[in-house]
Design a protein around this ligand. Structure first.
Ligand code: MGD
Ligand code: MGD
Ligand code: SF4
Ligand code: MO
Length: 712
């Protein structure tokens, strides 16, 4: 039902207004929003019906956004900690003024810089807010000008991004809207009902048109349940499966010879590589019967309208970069890139002509002996806070992130956060699992309270976010916080005072061909605009005629870049660190898989009871065979542990998790009633093969009963 703005008048002056926004969360869909506001209050948030990707539909989390913006536990003033680090008591924090908060930060920073140098300060941020400004602009300028340690932002996608880039030369992929016309969709390490809702609606449309849907996933996710087939791959073994698919495609000549000749590099070497990757060999590694691999390859080779939705789940492993690269070779072999509804999508974020140099100003960084400030990999925060020297980290400044929950090897992270000699500042909307350890907590705005401009990693549109209400309490956007801090620190470069409107207008290169004929005015008027890329039938087709961004301009089956970096230049299988053959697997036979809950967004909505209540406490899903082998019954309390940590919770017996794999859907905060310990106390700081990526799902555990089996 359409609601007419003007008929909603409650009082004079309380007319409902609709302001255009963008969803800021770490989700490929980057929905175009409508903030409905009256009397200065956010009444509701709707999906823009005019934006074709959003199509007027939002996920439950954001459809209920006023719950977050007006949550009773929201931080509304700066706070100073008076309780113990990590404490949960009522008198953990007391309100202070912005003036006192900034003065404290400045005096601590100055003292630390004087004693240890600016590298003793570490910013820690990720994608709590994906807007170009709030994700990374004034904050980067500030820490660059200070000469603070640099953070390598690797917690999510960097292994896959590296693997994809080396093969395709860029991060582009199949148009989300074209999936509706595919004949075969492979959800590969992807659960779009949870994490890519607007792709799922296109998958459903394709299904109605007769498409076949196949999920490759160790867990029968909400999406896998609705596919025609679920292939329960062993975690971290996807490259073996892809190599065997290529073996069959080559053996049975299901190839597009013309596409291969014109648009790929190294086919002869690839053919040799896959010659001994028989389905039987792969079956022994990835736990999928050879006949199913044959059938998968045959189905894939039978149509060019075959689209692979690769998501980041499959690259959170020791071999994640190589696995992504290997799978990314498939559509060039069969020529599926020729069809708008074929190809592959991992990310589309490479499409945007971002002015990162302008936004982030890396040139502000000081050099010493020609060296930039050191780089700290965010996946190894635990080690960085507890063992790093020369200089040690003495100040941690957290914003857009919640490492006390999301970072791996949580016991080490918490040990670091507990250090009495570490000065910690957290800028957030809530007292998160990290903020409990902060010396100073600063209140952050939510999206309806600030301006921003957004790219997407799942479609090809720019989306504008306009402020719809005044900041709640004394909260400030990230940009304004760092402008104020820069001024108080006495940093004088004029770029540290640039306002948000100017940043928004400079965030993208409007002279780039992908924005030719487009203007900021159109974006302002509509709230979104689509980039110019080659199209077929109205859908963007990034590689229909080649045009890869690699050094050769081709899809590189053989990569000289990888060879130079000491990697295997050809697609290959790199086993997970804690795979079947590893030392870890001897003591800890189960692989732990911890993908996200639908109503959570990493840890972001974990405190909104209305969203989380239906899930109850965290539970560990075990295959009945694995439970029987341990004499465990459904609902029984178990201990799950490895050398890094342990957790106690109830187990659920379910054939949705394949044998050998325990699955724990995450999104809850620490100390959730009904569970002791936390999911990321188990996960590892080990890095993936490429991009310094995280390996959350490369994690072995053992499970045992906490109490004798209750057989009532
Ligand atoms: N509701 C919700 N949406 C989200 C998020 C969230 O937390 N909640 N997170 C956001 C973020 S940060 C990201 S990065 C994106 C993408 O986030 P992803 O982590 O890609 O999200 P999922 O779509 O859940 O896909 C993960 C799937 O990979 C599977 N998997 C685990 N290991 C393997 C493996 O070795 N091989 C294969 N084939 N599959 C494996 C898991 O069982 C799971 O079903 O989603 C974003 N969207
Ligand atoms: N076990 C396990 N661990 C995982 C994963 C997994 O699948 N399993 N997934 C990993 C992945 S893919 C990712 S991307 C990371 C996510 O890690 P993070 O990016 O740290 O994600 P969130 O937990 O959502 O925390 C974001 C925080 O930013 C805050 N925030 C939101 N908007 C703003 C703003 O405008 N300003 C400020 N200052 N703060 C804001 C939110 O309130 C929230 O507390 O987690 C990783 N951890
Ligand atoms: S979280 Fe994703 S699906 Fe939900 S509103 Fe935001 S962009 Fe859309
Ligand atoms: Mo992520």
């Amino acid at each position: 039902m359409m609601i007419d703005d003007r008929t909603e008048t409650q009082n004079e002056g309380d007319v409902r207004r609709v302001i255009k926004g963008a969803c800021p969360h770490d989700c490929p869909d980057t929905c175009a929003l409508e903030y409905h506001v009256a009397g200065g209050k956010l009444l509701e948030v709707r999906g823009s019906p005019a934006h074709s990707v959003t199509a007027g539909v939002l996920c439950t989390k954001v459809a209920k956004y006023p719950l977050r913006t007006y949550h009773p536990t929201r931080v509304t003033t700066p706070l100073r900690r008076v309780g113990p680090k990590g404490g949960r008591g009522d008198r953990q924090f007391v309100p202070i003024s912005w003036d006192e908060a900034l003065a404290t930060i400045v005096s601590e920073f100055r003292a630390i810089i004087a004693r240890h140098g600016a590298e003793a300060i570490l910013p820690y941020s990720y994608a709590g807010n994906m807007g170009m400004l709030q994700y990374g602009s004034m904050d980067r300028r500030f820490f660059h000008a200070l000469g603070a340690s640099q953070l390598d932002r690797t917690i999510c996608a960097s292994a896959g991004a590296a693997g994809l880039s080396v093969t395709l030369g860029t991060r582009l992929g199949t148009d989300i809207e074209a999936f509706a016309h595919s004949e075969l969709i492979i959800l590969w390490g992807s659960n779009p009902i949870t994490s890519n809702l607007h792709l799922w609606s296109r998958c459903q449309e394709a299904k109605r048109r007769g498409a076949r849907l196949i999920a490759i996933d160790p867990y029968r996710s909400l999406s896998a349940e609705k596919c025609h087939q679920w292939l329960p791959v062993k975690p971290g073994t996807d490259a073996a499966l892809a190599l065997a698919m290529m073996h069959v495609l080559v053996r049975d000549d299901r190839l597009d010879h013309e596409y291969i000749a014109r648009h790929t590099l190294g086919f002869a070497a690839l053919r040799e590589r896959v010659a001994d990757w028989t389905p039987e060999r792969a079956a022994a590694i990835c736990g999928i019967p050879a006949a199913d691999i044959e059938a998968l390859a045959a189905a894939y080779g039978a149509t060019k309208k075959a689209a692979i939705r690769l998501n980041y789940g499959m690259q959170r492993h020791g071999g994640g970069g190589m696995a992504t690269r290997t799978i990314a070779c498939l559509p060039a072999l069969t020529g599926a890139w020729r069809e708008a509804s074929g190809g592959l999508q991992l990310s589309t974020s490479g499409a945007y002509p971002m002015n990162l140099g302008y936004l982030e100003r890396p040139d502000l960084m000081p050099t010493r002996d020609g060296q930039l400030p050191r780089m700290v990999n965010m996946n190894q925060l635990g080690d960085a806070l507890t063992t790093l020297d020369g200089p040690p980290i003495k100040a941690l400044f957290v914003y857009n992130a919640n490492p006390g929950a999301v970072a791996p090897d949580g016991n080490k992270v918490l040990a670091g956060l507990s250090r009495e000699d570490l000065f910690t500042v957290v800028h957030d909307v809530f007292i998160t699992d990290t903020a409990r350890f902060a010396d100073i907590v600063l209140p952050a705005t939510t999206s309806p309270e600030h301006d921003d401009i957004h790219r997407s990693y799942g479609h090809y549109d720019l989306v504008l976010n306009r402020r719809a209400i005044a900041p709640v309490g004394e909260s400030l956007p990230n940009t304004e916080l760092f402008r104020r801090l820069a001024r108080r620190m006495g940093l004088t470069d004029p770029c540290l005072a640039e306002d948000d409107e100017s940043l928004i207008r400079h965030a993208f290169d409007w002279n780039h061909p992908s924005l030719a004929g487009q203007s900021f005015d159109t974006l302002e008027r509509d709230g979104f605009l689509r980039l110019n890329y080659p199209k077929q039938g109205g859908f963007i087709t990034p590689f229909a005629n080649g045009g890869f961004g690699t050094p050769s301009g081709k899809c590189e089956f053989y990569s000289e870049t990888l060879a130079r970096r000491g990697f295997d230049p050809l697609p290959n299988y790199v086993p997970p660190h804690e795979g079947d053959a590893s030392e870890a697997a001897k003591a800890f036979p189960l692989a732990l898989n911890t993908p996200p809950l639908r109503n959570a967004m990493n840890s972001t909505f974990g405190n909104i009871d209305e969203l989380m209540a239906g899930y109850g406490p965290p539970t560990l899903q075990l295959h009945p065979d694995d439970a029987t082998a341990r004499s465990l019954a459904d609902g029984q309390r178990v201990r799950v542990w490895n050398r890094r940590g342990s957790m106690q919770l109830a187990c659920r017996l379910s054939e949705n998790t394949r044998t050998g794999v325990a699955t724990l859907l995450w999104g809850h905060w620490r100390d959730h009633p009904g569970a002791e310990g936390f999911v990321n106390d188990l996960t590892s700081q080990a890095l993936a093969d490429m991009g310094g990526g995280a390996t959350f799902y490369d994690c072995r555990v053992e499970v045992a009963a906490l109490s004798p089996c209750d057989t009532r």
